[in-house]
Design a protein around this ligand. Structure first.
Ligand code: ACO
Length: 152
């Protein structure tokens, strides 16, 4: 990858870096290294097929420092509609503050999109705040529908 950064799947060693990057998105809470490891184990165990994981968590790492600069996940959902088609969901995208504005967010979305399309997803969707619409448009996405939620 250009510009002194590499992109790869999340590994156990990324615990601190991933938690730190995610803090620009939302509250991660007091998760332990063991919580992180068991979540990665769960993610790795979930499969659509042998070569298609449900969870596709990625990091972008700065080559010189080994620091996690960005993280994001593509979740692949198996449906009944469209002949049991699969649909991708992009989730939890975060570029740590000091690495923002270097096109890493765009590279991450392009990678997750490529993973989803190669797996055979008929569409890839995501929810975002109004302030991020332009960013996702620059990544090739367009407005579709309205997000709704119920929270506790
Ligand atoms: N508004 C308008 N344009 C933007 C914005 C924005 N908020 N953010 C980036 N862009 C533009 C850039 O100017 C650039 O344009 P260019 O190609 O014409 O030069 C292009 O989008 C690509 O920008 P990147 O440098 O790749 O953006 P960055 O690496 O900073 O990542 C991101 C953007 C992911 C929104 C980052 O700022 C971030 O992590 N923010 C905090 C957490 C967050 O909001 N995450 C997204 C949650 S939505 C979800 O997870 C599905």
């Amino acid at each position: 990858m250009a510009g002194g950064y590499s992109i790869r799947k999340i590994e156990l060693q990324d615990f601190h870096g991933v938690v730190s990057a995610l803090n620009v998105l939302t509250t991660v809470g007091p998760i332990t290294k063991e919580d992180f490891a068991s979540t990665i184990k769960h993610w790795n165990a979930c499969k659509i097929a042998n070569d298609i994981p449900v969870y596709n968590p990625y990091v972008i790492v700065e080559d010189a420092s080994g620091e996690v600069a960005a993280t994001g996940n593509l979740i692949i959902e198996k449906k009944l509609i469209h002949g049991c088609a699969i649909c991708g969901h992009i989730e939890d995208i975060a570029v740590s503050e000091k690495h923002q504005g270097k096109k890493l967010g765009k590279m991450l979305i392009e990678k997750l999109t490529e993973v989803g399309l190669q797996a055979g997803c008929y569409k890839i969707i995501l929810d975002c705040d109004e302030k991020n619409v332009k960013f996702y448009e620059k990544c090739g996405y367009s407005r579709a529908g309205i997000e709704m939620q119920i929270r506790k």
